[in-house]
Write a protein that binds this ligand. Structure first.
Ligand code: TXA
Ligand code: MG
Length: 344
């Protein structure tokens, strides 16, 4: 564990940042903080490093990686062209939680893109991530630093839980800020398509002048269509116990819980601070405040992981409005529950 205080000056020469970059330059992989979740980073130009990323996570090889840059100059060779619309999005949101899918350049190996002709790129808004990229001198391919299928890590402890013994080190920059992953988009001449909802909301994208229509890939919600982003088809973010979403009143949710507990099962409830005192269960865990969805995003994965500690047999969770960051929250919750929702 290489601790880095992100308020320090000249982070690129910080001994722990240098240490991480030395491993990266040996084509090893290290975990590092970003503003969304922790990433498992390796040299995007090295097939050896890419193979290590897939192996450490147990990730299916047909799920492509996001390449992280610290400077737009690094786009040269990485992508073959940048449309005016993509440029507008970079101006508006980089550094930040927006990943843009672009035509792949010569220098990117098909291992990074899982054979696709496009590459996903983003510039993270985290001084430690930017310092490690700069110190390494190469773009970094980095998926979330969890074991495939588990909730993404928002602290170095989460990474340790999943990847201890599998990677040489974790750069510990404290808790991440946003809490859910970046928004992945594809652009056409006159539109932006959201392939994965995330830290930048549809409403924020719509405010960028001249990008045209902003839509959501129908394949995300409709099981009969293939999603444009390969990662969206996998089960994800799953706690150990079966997880069910409840679209209804707190009273209705409590009744479901009482029935299960009556049958001798240990039950968890995923709720918010406003309602946590209302519920009776074996483990009641709040993820932020309902009145402030950004805080729910921030604590969502941490809460899902906490149920594993609690050792419950089943978890019931509340739903959220799908506006703003709520779209990303509900996308993760629905995946986490494997689509299992009970309506009142
Ligand atoms: O916030 C984030 O994006 C974090 C941090 C570490 O940067 N990273 C992350 O990576 O969430 P990962 O690998 O867990 O998710 C990447 C997503 C997957 O759904 C993948 O299928 C999609 O991006 N993706 C990558 N390349 C793509 C491409 N060329 N076309 C479409 N989707 C792509
Ligand atoms: Mg992931």
């Amino acid at each position: 564990r290489w601790t880095v205080d992100k308020t320090e000056q000249s982070l690129t020469t910080h001994p722990h940042v240098v240490q991480a970059s030395l491993w990266i330059n040996k084509n090893e992989v290290v975990a590092l903080p970003t503003e969304t979740v922790y990433g498992l980073a390796g040299n995007a130009r090295s097939d050896e490093a890419i193979a290590r990323i897939f192996e450490a996570k147990g990730r299916p090889s047909d799920n492509p990686l996001i390449v992280h840059i610290s400077d737009r100059k690094q786009l040269k060779g990485l992508v073959s062209s940048i449309s005016p619309n993509a440029e507008k999005l970079m101006d508006a949101f980089w550094p930040g939680p927006l990943t843009i899918v672009l035509p792949k350049g010569e220098e990117v190996s098909g291992k990074v893109t899982a054979g696709l002709s496009t590459v996903a790129v983003r510039m993270p808004d985290h001084v430690v991530a930017l310092a490690v990229i700069e110190a390494s001198g190469v773009p970094l391919a980095a998926p979330s630093a969890n074991l495939s299928g588990k909730p993404s890590p928002t602290t170095a402890d989460h990474v340790y839980e999943d990847l201890k013994g599998r990677i040489p080190g974790i750069v510990d920059g404290g808790s991440t800020g946003v809490g859910v992953e970046s928004t992945v988009v594809e652009c056409t001449e006159d539109s932006v398509i959201i392939l994965r909802p995330g830290g930048i909301t549809l409403e924020e994208l719509e405010k960028v002048a001249g990008v045209g229509n902003v839509t959501v890939d129908p394949g995300i919600e409709n099981e009969k269509l293939a999603p444009k982003s390969p990662g969206m088809k996998y089960t994800h973010y799953a706690p150990d116990a079966p997880f069910v979403l409840v679209d209804g009143s707190p009273e209705f949710l409590q009744q479901l819980v009482d029935k299960e507990r009556g049958a001798g099962r240990k039950i968890g409830i995923l709720t918010t601070e406003e309602r946590m005192d209302y519920y009776k269960a074996d483990s009641v865990i709040p993820a932020g405040k309902r009145s402030n969805p950004e805080t729910v995003a921030q604590h969502l994965y941490e809460a899902l992981r906490a149920f594993n500690e609690a050792g419950v047999d089943k978890i019931f969770g509340e739903v959220f409005p799908k506006t703003g960051v709520g779209a990303a929250i509900m996308n993760r919750l629905e995946k986490s529950a494997g689509g299992h929702i009970i309506n009142e």
